[in-house]
Design a protein around this ligand. Structure first.
Ligand code: F6P
Length: 365
């Protein structure tokens, strides 16, 4: 049975991710095609609390159509609605103020990462808001979905950046430490390491002590740059979440090289940081965004709520959608698995760490 809705409200929250805009465009077009008005919330939960919104559909002849600004959004990075990390929404008073804004039969779609989906769940639990989530975070640290919007573009950007760094590193026979984003999850580092032909990869989930890490990296770099090897560069990918500062690693590796039997090789570092979060979304991110959008609208009009759209072939967990790659998973389950991903007790984290451990000797060859 289809549930009538007065409107669908959409917000993006937390760190932006390439493909958020493609999801927004998809949501607006699909909702308009079903005759449901769409309202955009400016600047995430902050805007919801303050009631800052703008219409994303308008009456056009007899029917409803997206506003013209919706066209061309798919190719834009960032978030056209604006996004924020809201402190006020973390309080129950803030959430109560936000819930009051959602007056009537309104479905809310939240596009964002862990904090955003936690907020969505709280709004549903505390105030009965009909909310669904779409996972978007370059960190790929959301439970129950194999991929989040933004990850593919971020990985492509890392690959391009490391290819460029490899050019200059090879010209000078240098070692480079490249730090990539990923505060609580080293996925970007792990997933990019093979593609960029890294000699070593560091991520928090390895759980190694500083001295052990530095000794191992020192071995790898001195071996890689040894004149007999003929290798032109050594590349270390480091996830942001690793406690050791990148500058400390560079100093330690430089010391090690200076004290080795050959001299002259130098170590440099590049922190890719926010560079990796911007840019035009890849085909894959746009495609996933569009399919999440369709499933989210279908979920709301079917009366579903407090769920996240997940990219995983339906395997009997969560509820299927008409798309064999998109499942609906209760937000409570998503958040519990996300916590396990972060603290390392998730089977997914353990599988990733074990796989990278098996690859270690291959990478450093
Ligand atoms: O969106 C996640 C993330 O990119 C993390 O990897 C990073 O630590 C954080 O955002 C940076 O946040 P901010 O843009 O607020 O500095």
């Amino acid at each position: 049975m289809l549930i009538a809705m007065d409107a669908i409200w959409i917000l993006t929250s937390g760190g932006d991710a390439p493909g958020m805009n493609a999801a927004l465009r998809g949501l607006v077009k699909i909702a308009a095609s079903r005759g449901v008005e769409v309202i955009g919330v400016c600047d995430g939960y902050e805007g919801l609390v303050e009631g800052r919104t703008r219409p994303l559909t308008r009456r056009d002849g007899g029917g409803l159509a997206p506003i013209p600004e919706i066209e061309g959004l798919s190719r834009l990075g960032g978030s056209a609605l604006g996004t924020a990390r809201s402190d006020v929404f973390l309080t129950s008073e803030g959430r109560a103020r936000a819930a009051v804004r959602l007056n009537g039969d309104i479905g809310l779609v939240v596009i964002g990462g862990n904090g955003s989906l936690t907020g969505a769940h709280e709004l549903g639990r505390e105030h009965g808001v009909r909310v669904v989530g779409i996972p978007a975070s370059i960190d790929n640290d959301i439970g129950a979905t194999s991929i989040c919007i933004g990850v593919d573009t971020a990985l492509n950007t890392i690959v391009e950046a490391c290819d460029r760094i490899s050019d200059t590193a090879s010209a000078h026979r240098r070692a480079f430490v490249v730090e990539v984003m990923g505060r609580d999850c080293g996925y970007l580092a792990m997933a990019s390491a093979i593609a960029v032909e890294a000699d070593a990869v560091m991520f928090r989930e390895q759980g190694r002590g500083d001295a052990e890490v530095l000794a191992q990296l020192g071995d790898t770099v001195t071996r890689s740059l040894h004149p007999n090897r003929g290798k032109k560069r050594a590349l270390i990918i480091k996830a942001e979440g690793v406690r050791l500062p990148t500058s400390t690693i560079v100093e330690a590796l430089q010391d090690r090289l200076d004290n080795s039997s050959y001299r002259g090789a130098s170590v440099r570092a590049t922190i890719l940081g926010h560079l990796v979060r911007g840019g035009s979304p890849s085909y894959r991110d746009r495609m996933i965004a569009g399919r999440f959008a369709l499933a989210a609208i279908r979920t709301l009009e079917g009366g579903g709520a407090d769920e996240m759209m997940a990219w995983q072939p339906f395997q009997g967990e969560g509820s299927p959608t008409e798309d064999p790659y998109v499942s609906r998973v209760p937000l409570a389950e998503v958040l519990a698995e996300t916590a396990r991903l972060h603290d390392g007790t998730s089977k997914v984290t353990q599988r990733r760490v074990a796989m990278m451990r098996r690859l270690e000797n291959v990478l450093s060859l």
